[in-house]
Design a protein around this ligand. Structure first.
Ligand code: ZN
Length: 279
């Protein structure tokens, strides 16, 4: 049994290494790397949710966002692409669909209590993995100063949509570099102070380590999703059932009726740490 009372990690490193790997890593994270790890959603004040498409923040994080904004946190959204591929109807023009989806996203965000929605302006299906996209996100992070950033999990196995993979990757990189004072690129607004994001929470993840109780806000999440009429109205019964099903499965993990699931990481674990996967 290892007991820590404000102890220097160097004094217990031998004991820590003797524990079973997962137990050891969880202790190190909570005691020495991120003391707020189990209270992140309570202690943050500013939150940014990054979505590949209009609707992804609602699907992945909607109940949590509604809860955080009810608690007085400032929540911002960044949507990477315009959603103009999101239809099976060949008659609707992509440009028209993009306009519709922009309006739907604004409505959904206002249902959730989001402060502002920002758009990176990429075409649906063409989210780049490049320094321009990274620079846009670094700029927004330095402007908005979020302590917690939500992004789709770029390492989700079998994720075939490049917009999701690239949005997740570019966001994680932006979070990593936003705090480096010498990191600069052309187009990066000058004069912005570096900003250290404390935590990143990946949604659409197959390795959740954190479950957030959305019992009080699942109806708000569903209402926000209904605002994405172009995406869900023809098959609403299916979407509602699927979302309730997932939320019940996650809720069971923490003994509540409904929850959302995240892979939560202190951002200091986003680089060259071999145990991040099991945190
Ligand atoms: Zn999407």
């Amino acid at each position: 049994m290892v007991v820590f009372v404000s102890v220097d990690m160097s004094k217990v490193v031998g004991e820590l290494a003797q524990l079973p790997l997962e137990e050891s890593v969880k202790l190190v994270v909570r005691k020495f790397i991120a003391p707020d790890f189990d209270r992140v959603f309570e202690v943050v004040n500013r939150v940014l949710c990054v979505a590949p498409h209009p609707d992804d923040c609602e699907f992945g994080v909607g109940g949590t966002i509604a809860s955080l904004s009810r608690k007085g946190k400032r929540v911002y959204m960044v949507i990477a692409t315009d959603g103009s591929l999101g239809t099976s109807d060949p008659a609707i023009a992509p440009q028209r669909l993009a306009e519709v989806r922009r309006q739907e996203q604004e409505e959904a965000a206002s249902v959730l209590g989001v402060e502002k929605v920002m758009w990176l302006g990429y075409r649906d299906g063409y989210m780049p993995y490049d320094k321009e996209a990274r620079t846009k996100l670094i700029t927004l992070i330095r402007l908005l100063k979020p302590e917690l950033v939500f992004a789709p999990d770029a390492w989700l196995p079998y994720e075939a949509h490049l917009d999701h993979r690239n949005t997740g990757l570019v966001t994680a990189e932006a979070v990593l570099f936003a705090s480096l004072p010498h990191y600069t690129e052309e187009n990066l607004i000058t004069g912005l102070e570096p900003w250290h994001v404390s935590y990143i929470a990946f949604y659409y993840t197959s390795r959740p380590n954190t479950f957030y109780d959305i019992t009080d806000t699942i109806e708000v999440k569903l209402e926000a999703l209904k605002a994405h009429k172009s995406q869900v109205s023809s098959n609403w019964g299916y979407w509602e059932a699927l979302l309730r099903y997932l939320a019940i499965l996650y809720g069971k993990k923490i003994g509540v009726k409904y929850a959302e699931a995240f892979k939560l990481l202190p951002t200091s674990l986003l680089h060259a740490i071999p145990f991040t996967e099991i945190v």
